[in-house]
Design a protein around this ligand. Structure first.
Ligand SMILES: [Zn+2]
Length: 216
């Protein structure tokens, strides 16, 4: 068997000497009492967009699901096995999280593949099928007149967050807890280059910079 990646062994060494000593009590508590995170984050697999890093979260704080382009499928109780839906069910019905955050981001490879219709986006591949979930039957997603490719991509990256939030509400157990006010849904968008965070204003249906909100 190939040796375990040295980079990971070094990282674990740093974890045991730096982070673990300060968090050991917390890990013990979590081990005895179980986890009870208040926030679920649905993010992208992208290695630059780690929710625990962006939100400076410690162990037990965030229940995280990551997939290509931070997509939530529609509620589909069929014979298939649905990973995101299973995680969602656990977070909502068992852990009873108070918030679900859909975290989109700039330069998303999944979205880029989708807008460029590049390979491997053939009907038989996994990314193509996964990204097709983003589209409603009969819906056409196209670059607008005079819209640059960059603006188009950003628009679709943000649209993916809207679509996931919309799809979350197709799950009866999500809808019910949102309606009773026991749980809230949120959208966010991370700008990789600047490390900037934008949160969705549910009334204006626009993303607003957290730095600007803090300055107001
Ligand atoms: Zn992405």
């Amino acid at each position: 068997m190939a040796p375990f990646p040295q980079q990971l062994l070094d990282g674990y060494q740093a974890f045991t000497t730096q982070r673990l000593p300060t968090e050991q009590t917390r890990y013990r508590e979590l081990s005895e009492r179980g986890q009870s995170p208040e926030v679920m984050v649905i993010g992208c697999c992208d290695s630059r967009v780690s929710p625990e890093v962006i939100f400076d979260a410690g162990p037990g704080e965030l229940f995280v699901v990551r997939n290509v382009a931070n997509l939530v499928p529609v509620y589909q109780p069929d014979s298939g096995a649905h990973g995101v839906s299973a995680a969602l069910e656990y977070a909502v019905s068992v852990l009873r999280v108070k918030h679900i955050v859909v975290l989109g981001h700039a330069q998303c490879g999944g979205i880029r593949a989708f807008v460029n219709k590049i390979k491997p986006l053939s009907p038989g591949d996994f990314i193509g099928k996964w990204m097709a979930m983003f589209i409603k039957p009969g819906e056409v997603v196209e670059q607008r007149d005079r819209e640059s490719m960059e603006d188009f991509t950003v628009r679709i990256e943000k649209a993916a967050v809207f679509r996931s939030l919309e799809n979350l509400l197709t799950f009866p157990f999500v809808r019910e807890r949102v309606q009773t006010g026991e749980m809230q849904l949120h959208g966010a968008y991370f700008g990789v280059a600047e490390g900037s965070l934008f949160v969705l204003d549910p009334v204006a249906k626009e993303f607003r910079s957290v730095r600007e909100l803090a300055a107001e």
